[in-house]
Design a protein around this ligand. Structure first.
Ligand SMILES: C[S@@+](CC[C@H](N)C(=O)[O-])C[C@H]1O[C@@H](n2cnc3c(N)ncnc32)[C@H](O)[C@@H]1O
Length: 402
């Protein structure tokens, strides 16, 4: 069955909205629009917006954006608990529904999910793409340090080994869809159409997951959202840099900018949360900082978490900044060597797709920006031109995400 589209030919989720609203407990705010950021531009991502159609109203602070009833979500069934963060049963149930396709009781949702491709997930990248990322991160000296994600080891460990899943294309899709779109153990239509932001000026929702089997999932506006504004969720809500959300934390996440890249395949916009582990012999020094953009000047600002780095840490940053710039100086040569030419259809593990190439460079640039800002901050502190901005978290400040 073809997906419903808007006047630009983009998916508009009208089937999903109708399906949720047709349930006695279901509700979708009439001003919600599903569509592309730039309507009609197929390279622009799909997300959720407040409609700018004539007569469409803003969504006011605390208004419910959507209520998704229990039996419109795909999850672990009776095994559900709000404090469980991963479930083989949930992935299995999703795979079964995907296999049923149009015959699934979740057909409007399943039809959209089946259009999703997993090629942007680093775990699904070609060998060449994964090797290039290894080069950028100096074989694990820079984050994300854990190679599991980009070598698909996580897929093998979790799905094939722990869950005893099969390696067929639908089960693989189910695994990556849960890693990319679920909220703990639930796949939630409409909610999972929201894109991510950590920017306090953009982030505009709060969500409330079911307390028990049978309850609905609700998400609300955390401030007034005006027509044409995008509606955002935060995928790593309440991490070490998001102090302004602390009082609103229902769940916590330790994921920073490198983890968002590893798990979703995109580089988030600033503000960022960066962490580095500097290895010296057997000793590991953790270096963490928040990177923000000062709205008035556009200047980058670094706040160090727990402690200000010392000379060895600065030398580590300087070394990697030079190394990253060195890689960039050979960008053209690398492109010829590593990227699948557009006119060649045959895919090979020795070449990477253009999508992987571009994602690698976005991450490379983000690393350069962050490391450069870190060095600037340390130089200023050293020269006495600035006092270090320090954020200190006590051990019990941050909760667990399993
Ligand atoms: C939960 S889905 C969000 C809806 C998704 N855009 C869609 O088309 O259905 C998560 C995926 O959306 C994309 N995404 C979300 N936030 C993004 C952002 N800020 N920048 C770029 N891509 C983003 C990434 O591909 C991510 O893996």
């Amino acid at each position: 069955t073809a997906l419903p589209t808007d006047e630009h030919g983009d998916y508009n989720g009208s089937d999903l909205i109708e399906w949720i609203n047709s349930h006695p407990e279901g509700y979708v705010h009439p001003s919600l629009r599903i569509g592309r950021r730039i309507p009609g531009d197929s390279s622009s991502i799909i997300g959720t917006f407040v409609s700018s159609a004539p007569g469409a109203k803003p969504i006011e602070k605390d208004e419910v954006i959507a209520t998704i009833p229990w039996d419109r979500m795909i999850g672990p069934g009776d095994e559900y608990s709000p404090t469980t963060f991963g479930s083989c049963q949930a992935i299995r149930n999703l795979a079964s529904e995907l296999k049923l396709g149009d015959n699934s009781q979740y057909a409007p949702y399943v039809r959209y999910l089946l259009t999703q491709s997993i090629e942007a997930m680093p775990g699904e990248w070609s060998k060449a793409g994964q090797m290039f990322l290894r080069q950028i991160t100096a074989d694990g000296e820079l984050p994300p340090l854990d190679a599991d994600w980009f070598e698909a080891a996580e897929y093998k460990n979790v799905w094939l080994n722990a869950c005893r899943g099969s390696d067929d294309s639908i089960e693989r899709l189910a695994y990556y869809l849960t890693s990319n779109r679920d909220e703990d153990t639930l796949m939630i239509p409409i909610y999972d159409m929201m894109n991510h932001s950590n920017d306090p000026d953009k982030l505009n929702t709060l969500s409330y997951k079911p307390n028990k089997v049978g309850d609905s999932f609700v998400f609300k506006a955390s401030r007034r959202i005006n027509p044409s504004e995008e509606i955002f969720n935060c995928y790593n809500r309440c991490h070490a840099c998001s102090t302004h959300f602390r009082e609103e934390c229902e769940t916590y996440s330790f994921r920073g900018t490198p983890d968002i890249f590893a798990h979703y395949g995109f580089v988030e916009e600033i503000p960022h949360y960066w962490w580095f582990d500097r290895n010296e012999g057997h000793q590991v020094t953790e270096i963490e900082f928040c990177l923000e953009k000062i709205a008035a000047t556009g200047e980058l600002s670094v706040s160090w978490i727990n402690s200000t780095p010392g000379d060895h840490d600065k030398a580590f940053f300087v070394k990697h900044l030079e190394r990253l710039k060195q890689i960039e100086s050979n960008k053209e040569g690398l492109e010829g060597q590593l990227v699948q030419p557009d006119n060649e259809n045959a895919t090979s593990q020795e070449k990477m797709s253009r999508l992987e190439w571009e994602a690698c460079w976005k991450y490379h640039n983000a690393l350069i920006t962050a490391i450069d800002a870190a060095i600037v901050s340390l130089n200023r502190i050293r020269r006495g031109n600035a006092t270090a901005k320090l954020i200190v978290h006590d051990e019990y400040d941050i909760g667990d995400e399993l």
